[in-house]
Design a protein around this ligand. Structure first.
Ligand SMILES: [Zn+2]
Ligand SMILES: [Zn+2]
Length: 273
């Protein structure tokens, strides 16, 4: 709790993600110290990358047991939600559905880190691309997000505009006007199925100076009738737990949102802003 505001960080990684070394105990204790009231553990499972041998396997059982232990130990101090950041589920739809049937996640965050048969957007060298090439790939990215939203389970869509984070770091300029209709179509699909739009605050600290998606696309979401937002830091290390959450709440408030949301009992409960 900070200044009377409940803080929910709904996107965090720990040592069960290939790109984090944080121990869950450190994550939970830091969350309490940082004034976080609710946290979702959402480790990576990029299903095509794992099945193709690009990433190591995901030890889902140990992850769950550590979350259950944390829930007991931190009861009354920190609400811990067991979630997953499921990457590219429609690239391996059958396996992704079987995986979700086997494991009872409270919260499923869908991500698109890579296009079909192409490396993760974070691995590309955008300094060698023109702005037009970046727009070409962004167009494909938004199209595949639209397809991905037909996947049967989606509680929230993670970090929309993810490739742009790296493009901007490399100094590329993108005309987003041409993507407005496609992004509006993504929002319509999210709204129709009752899934949330994530406001990912890692952009604040990773060269964008704004969350993903940024202010103009959060305004567009509202214009499209969107109300269901979830906010997460995407922390991979202790210092980033809870980072930017209050800033994102402030931005949502300025844009006219009265609530953000927290996964609860198979749906969402509102968190007043
Ligand atoms: Zn991600
Ligand atoms: Zn993440």
């Amino acid at each position: 709790m900070k200044n009377g505001q409940i803080i929910a960080d709904l996107h965090t990684h720990n040592h069960h993600s290939f790109d984090s070394e944080m121990h869950p105990d450190d994550c939970f204790s830091t969350a309490v110290e940082a004034g976080v009231d609710i946290i979702a553990v959402t480790n990576h499972f990029d299903i095509d990358g794992v099945l193709d041998g690009i990433y190591a396997g995901y030890d889902v059982e140990t992850d769950k047991s550590e979350v259950l232990r944390g829930q007991k130990e931190y009861s009354g101090r920190l609400r811990i939600i067991w979630g997953i950041e499921l990457g590219q589920p429609t690239h391996r739809q059958r396996e992704a559905l079987e995986f979700l049937e086997r494991h009872d996640f409270d919260y499923v965050l869908l991500s698109l880190h890579n296009l079909r048969d192409v490396p993760d957007f974070s691995f590309w060298d955008y300094s060698k691309m023109t702005d037009e090439m970046c727009e070409y790939w962004l167009d494909k990215y938004f199209s595949q997000i639209l397809d991905m939203l037909d996947f049967p389970r989606c509680d929230a869509l993670a970090h929309l505009t993810y490739p742009y984070r790296y493009m901007k770091q490399a100094g590329r300029k993108v005309d987003f006007g041409r993507f407005r209709d496609k992004i509006a179509a993504i929002y319509e699909k999210l709204i129709a199925r009752g899934a949330a739009l994530e406001v990912n605050t890692s952009g604040y600290r990773q060269g964008m100076g704004a969350p993903m998606p940024d202010e103009r696309f959060l305004a567009l979401y509202r214009e499209c009738g969107g109300e269901l937002t979830v906010v997460g830091s995407d922390a991979h290390r202790r210092n980033d737990i809870g980072a930017g959450i209050e800033q994102a709440y402030g931005l949502l408030r300025r844009l006219g949102y009265r609530h953000t949301y927290v996964p609860a009992r198979g749906g969402f409960e509102p968190l007043p802003l």
